[in-house]
Ligand binder design. Structure first.
Ligand code: HEC
Ligand code: HEC
Length: 266
């Protein structure tokens, strides 16, 4: 069962939540409808690319006779097809790329496909090797025992989760690519902070902003508060910080084993 569209959707979601994991406030994630539209465009683009471009740039756009388009700075600087469109319609006949008389909508589908490939690539270079194939049906390649051992051992997952408690049925709740995304990049539990003023007065609430200049919270009192960062003491509590650290620790084998184990929690 191959479902690239779903995976692209998942990957776009990952990228959205990764962006959101920087400094709070977490950026508004794209709506499901927007993600679905992007994924559909990327899927159409995949087909067009395969038919017209893959002979030279490879099906996954990592290059062959033609250059790698994932690492191409031209592709990365493209805005809505402005640079890629010129190369496609004009070609580079003297360098070995023929022109393609394509419509604007075909070009924007190709751009959507290339962006999805770039997201996938960046994700995996940050956290592991780049898969030449989208791993949907390859996700559960570990062993259940090893996953369980990691869950209760080095991963310390059992200090916050239980397979018969909060994670019971988690594999029923999400389809496989979504489960992978959820356990690697859970989201939805906001960070909170306690801010102490020089006077000793404290405010507690949901952390909205915390950079070099300003800290802002939505207070438990229902009010928005902000201060210059240098003027106050800030104690942040981010329930998802452990998950961010885990991403740095997992080996590929750990991820596959964990996923294979989580898949059994139906
Ligand atoms: C016959 C081989 C061939 C085909 C087919 C082909 N290309 Fe190319 N493409 C090349 C070559 C060779 C270059 C490098 C040209 C150069 O050195 O300036 C290139 C360059 C590019 C670049 C510029 C990359 C950069 O960093 O400068 C883009 C974007 C691109 N191709 C997209 C496409 C798309 C999209 C398609 C399909 C619609 C396609 N190509 C089809 C051979 C091909
Ligand atoms: C310090 C506590 C902590 C640890 C340790 C931890 N997690 Fe989590 N995990 C969380 C929190 C908080 C959430 C977000 C819950 C939410 O918002 O639904 C979460 C979410 C998840 C989810 C998504 C659940 C859902 O229903 O969407 C999965 C799956 C998960 N964690 C798996 C793991 C695994 C596997 C490990 C170990 C490798 C682990 N967690 C370690 C705190 C932790």
């Amino acid at each position: 069962m191959k479902k690239p569209a779903l995976v692209v959707l998942a990957i776009l979601g990952v990228v959205a939540s990764l962006a959101a994991q920087g400094a709070p406030p977490r950026a508004a994630a794209p709506t499901p409808a927007e993600l679905a539209a992007q994924a559909a465009a990327a899927e159409r683009g995949r087909v067009i690319f395969k038919e017209n471009c893959s002979a030279c740039h490879a099906e996954d756009a990592t290059g062959g006779r033609g250059p790698d388009l994932i690492r191409s700075s031209l592709v990365r600087h493209d805005k809505g097809g402005d640079l890629i469109g010129v190369v496609v319609t004009g070609g580079r006949p003297d360098k070995g790329m023929p022109p393609f008389p394509m419509t604007q909508s075909q070009i924007s589908d190709i751009v959507a496909f290339l962006n999805a490939q770039i997201s996938l690539f960046d994700l995996h270079t940050r956290y592991g090797p780049y898969p030449n194939d989208i791993p949907a049906e390859r996700l559960a390649t570990g062993t259940v025992e090893a996953g369980k051992a990691y869950f209760n051992g080095p991963g310390k997952c059992n200090t916050c989760h239980s397979p018969t408690g909060d994670l019971a049925g988690v594999a029923k709740k999400y389809n496989p690519p979504d489960l992978e995304v959820r356990f690697l990049y859970p989201s939805g539990t906001p960070a909170t902070a306690i801010v102490t003023l020089p006077s000793g007065k404290t405010f507690e609430g949901t952390l909205l902003l915390n950079d070099d200049f300003n800290v802002a919270i939505m207070g438990k009192d229902g009010w928005y508060h902000s201060w210059p960062t240098s003027a106050v003491k800030i104690e942040v509590h981010d329930p998802l910080a452990v998950h961010a650290e885990l991403l740095q620790k997992y080996t590929n084998a750990d991820m596959h084993n964990l996923f294979t184990y989580l898949e059994t929690l139906k």
